[in-house]
Write a protein that binds this ligand. Structure first.
Ligand SMILES: [Zn+2]
Length: 302
């Protein structure tokens, strides 16, 4: 049996031992709410950490903190300071251990590509200010990264949402030599039993696809990114509609692509993604008003 330390509610006069933590103290459910609000009030009185000051911005009606490590609506400076201290400790520890996965994922999503590139270029990513100064011309192709960082880069790619903002950097990273084929298969493990495609590996999935292969894309993400999943592409097109300011429906594009044009395949996020070399003839089939129009105009893609 384990013995548990018994805590008593910190409210003067209360003897309850059914308590929950509020920062570094313990309160019963009756007193926790008031204690929490007291702490919030105190957090609002605190000065924002000077490192965070340059990253405050208005986004519409919201005061936001857009630091690479803390990206949040700014309510109380004390909260932001605590998150910053926590992230800094995490990133410093992971950097010492060369645990680049933790370093990259500890960055907020809009900065993960730049964190990864900083690791590729400088061997570290613990200088948030430096992230703005990465030039596309300095970015090495992903094939020059070691296998672990290559997998990390592909995971960041799959997870990214602001591809258009960093398109030049992404293009440089994916500017790989002819004959390259990228997959998210782990180099030490070619039996991926969890694969959503039901194949042993992403490479196997790709090899079983017909040639040429029918691909689709919805929305406006990176132009080499296509999927074999028509419904998924339609979903992305919808997503684009919801998020774009103009409420433009970008529709679903489709193309029949020789497999020699494909330089990578990713299945880790169940997105059945193919990386296709950009060529102008992959662009003409756009149906902004009728995302499903290609069904009757192109047939079944034979
Ligand atoms: Zn109490």
């Amino acid at each position: 049996m384990t013995t548990q330390a018994v805590h008593t509610c910190a409210e003067p006069g209360c003897t309850s031992t059914r308590v929950q933590p509020v920062d570094d103290r313990w309160y019963c459910s009756e007193h926790a709410g008031a204690a929490l609000l007291d702490r919030m009030r105190a957090d609002r009185e605190v000065a924002l950490h000077p490192d965070l000051m340059p990253w405050v911005a208005m986004v519409g009606p919201l005061r936001m903190l857009k630091h690479p490590w803390v990206y949040t609506v700014l309510l109380a400076p004390g909260d932001a300071n605590r998150m910053y201290a926590h992230k800094r400790a995490t990133i410093e520890r992971a950097t010492a251990e060369k645990n680049w996965h933790t370093v990259v994922w500890a960055h907020e999503r809009p900065y993960r590509l730049r964190a990864l590139l900083s690791i590729l270029l400088d061997g570290q990513a613990n200088d948030p200010d430096g992230l703005h100064y990465i030039e596309a011309s300095d970015v090495p192709p992903i094939t020059e990264a070691d296998p672990d960082l290559r997998l990390l880069a592909l995971a960041v790619w799959s997870d990214a949402e602001n591809i258009a903002e960093d398109l030049r950097l992404w293009r440089a990273l994916f500017d790989v030599p002819d004959g390259t084929f990228l997959t998210d298969d782990h180099p030490d493990d070619d039996t991926d039993d969890d694969s959503p495609t039901g194949h042993h590996s992403t490479r196997q999935w790709f090899e079983d696809l017909p040639d040429p292969v029918r691909v689709y894309r919805g929305g406006i993400s990176g132009d080499w990114s296509w999927t074999t999943d028509r419904l998924l592409a339609a979903k992305f097109a919808e997503h684009g509609v919801q998020r774009s300011i103009e409420h433009t429906n970008f529709g679903v594009r489709t193309a029949l692509v020789p497999k020699t044009q494909v330089f990578g395949a990713l299945t880790m996020r169940s997105e059945s993604e193919l990386l296709v070399r950009c060529t102008p003839d992959l662009w003409p089939l756009v149906h902004p008003d009728r995302p499903d129009a290609y069904d009757d105009e192109i047939g079944d893609g034979a």
